[in-house]
Write a protein that binds this ligand. Structure first.
Ligand SMILES: [Zn+2]
Length: 366
C-alpha cells in the first residue's frame, strides 16, 4: 500500500507553542487497513442527533434550547457563580486615536485572564457606544489582534499577512475593543511554557474541556464590557479569525448578549476541517459530531446579525462544503424570522480576515 503526504502540517505559529501534529496522508492503495479511510467512512455515515431541522418558530425555539443544553454539557458545563471580575489595569499605552490598556480580570478562583482594552479617544455623541470582543486565532495570542509587534518584520509576518489587526482597526473606528488571551496562548504560555495541547489534555483529565474554559473566559470578557460606563450593553459584538472565529461561534451561540458576530475562516463542516485538514486537538470538543455539526452550532446565533467570511483559497475549508453548510444556516435564519440577518462572504483569498467588509457589516448592525 502506498501513501503520500498532503499539505504537511507546519505546526503552531506561536513561538512559545510546541504543539505539532503529524501530517495527514492520502490513501493511494488498498484501504482495508487505512485508518484515514475508516475515519472517513465513520464521518460520512454520522448523523448528528440535534442537527437543525425545525420548520416552525416553535420548533426552532425547542431545538435551540435542546442543543444549547447538550453543547454546554459537552463543553464541561459553566459555573453558576464566578465571583467579581476584579479588573486590574497594569499599564496604558497611547496609540494615537485610542489608548491600549493592559489588564487582567478574574474568571475563577486563583486565575486571571490577561487582555488588552482599547479605548477610543473620540466616542460617538451618545454617552454609551458599541463594543466588540475580538478573539485571536491559534497563534501568538492577543498581540496580533491589537497590532502589537516588536519589529516591522514581525508586523509584516504576523499581522499584515492575515489582516490580523482587526481589534486595532475597530478601535480606530470608535469601538471599545477587548482582546483577551485564550488559554494556552500569549501570556498564558509565556507564564509557564505550557502550550495549548497540554492545556487541552489537562482539561480532559479533569473531566472538562479547554474549549469550554475558553468560552467561559469569553463570557466573562462580555461581563467586563457590559459593565463599562461608556458601553451600551445591548451593543456588544464578537469577531474572530481562524480559532478566533471558532471561539466567536461558540460564544455567540451560547451567550445571547452577543448582539452581532463575524466568524472568519472557521465555517464549514467538522469533517472537512478536522479530519481532512489536520488541526490542533485544543480546538476539539469530545463527542461533538454525533450531536451537532458547525452549521447547527452557528445557527444558534439566529436571529442576531451574523457575517461568515471564507476565502475560496482557505486551506482549512473547501468552498463547496462551506456553501452547502451555509444553506443550513440560511434556512435556520429564515425559520427564526430573520432571513436578512445572515450573510456568507466567500472571497478570492486565503485564510485571512476581511476587515473592511466586517466593519461595514458591524457599522450597520451594532
Ligand atoms: Zn492548539
Amino acid at each position: 500500500m502506498g501513501v503520500e503526504p498532503r499539505e504537511p502540517w507546519t505546526g503552531c505559529p506561536a513561538a512559545a507553542c510546541r504543539c505539532r501534529i503529524d501530517r495527514v496522508w492520502s490513501v493511494t492503495g488498498p484501504a482495508d487497513h487505512s485508518l484515514l479511510a475508516h475515519v472517513r467512512r465513520l464521518a460520512a455515515s454520522n448523523r448528528p442527533a440535534l442537527a437543525f431541522d425545525a420548520e416552525t418558530p416553535a420548533e426552532w425555539q425547542a431545538w435551540q434550547t435542546a442543543l444549547r443544553s447538550r453543547l454546554t454539557e459537552l463543553l464541561g458545563g459553566f459555573p453558576a457563580e464566578c465571583g467579581p471580575l476584579d479588573v486590574q489595569i497594569t499599564h496604558a499605552t497611547n496609540e494615537g486615536s485610542y489608548v491600549r490598556e493592559r489588564l487582567t480580570f478574574r474568571t475563577e478562583p486563583g486565575l486571571r485572564v490577561p487582555a488588552y482594552l482599547l479605548r477610543p479617544k473620540r466616542r460617538p455623541p451618545e454617552r454609551r457606544g458599541a463594543a466588540v470582543l475580538c478573539l485571536h486565532g491559534h497563534g501568538r495570542g492577543k498581540d496580533d489582534v491589537a497590532a502589537v509587534a516588536a519589529t516591522p518584520r514581525e508586523r509584516q509576518q504576523r499581522v499584515t499577512a492575515l489582516s490580523y489587526d482587526y481589534g486595532a482597526r475597530l478601535a480606530e473606528r470608535g469601538y471599545v475593543v477587548l482582546v483577551p488571551d485564550a488559554r494556552g496562548f500569549g501570556e498564558w504560555a509565556a507564564a509557564d511554557g505550557m502550550n495549548c495541547g497540554w492545556a487541552a489534555t489537562s482539561a480532559l483529565l479533569l473531566g472538562t474541556t479547554l474549549v469550554g474554559m475558553r468560552v467561559r473566559d469569553a463570557m466573562r470578557a462580555i461581563d467586563l464590557l457590559v459593565g463599562l460606563p461608556d458601553v451600551d450593553p445591548t451593543r456588544v459584538g464578537c469577531v474572530g479569525l481562524s480559532w478566533g472565529g471558532t471561539h466567536t461561534m461558540w460564544t455567540a451561540a451560547l451567550d445571547d448578549r452577543v448582539a452581532a458576530a463575524v466568524v472568519s475562516g472557521a465555517f464549514g463542516r467538522l469533517a472537512d476541517s478536522l479530519i481532512e485538514s489536520s488541526e490542533c486537538p485544543c480546538q476539539v470538543v469530545p463527542g461533538l459530531l454525533p450531536v451537532a455539526d458547525l452549521p447547527d452550532i452557528v445557527s444558534l446565533i439566529a436571529p442576531r446579525p451574523l457575517l461568515l467570511q471564507s476565502g475560496l483559497a482557505d486551506q482549512h475549508y473547501t468552498p463547496e462544503v462551506v456553501a452547502e453548510a451555509f444553506g443550513v444556516v440560511r434556512q435556520a435564519y429564515a425559520v427564526a424570522g430573520a432571513p436578512g440577518c445572515v450573510a456568507l462572504d466567500q472571497f478570492a483569498g486565503g485564510h485571512v480576515f476581511r476587515t473592511e467588509a466586517a466593519v461595514d457589516w458591524l457599522n450597520g448592525r451594532l
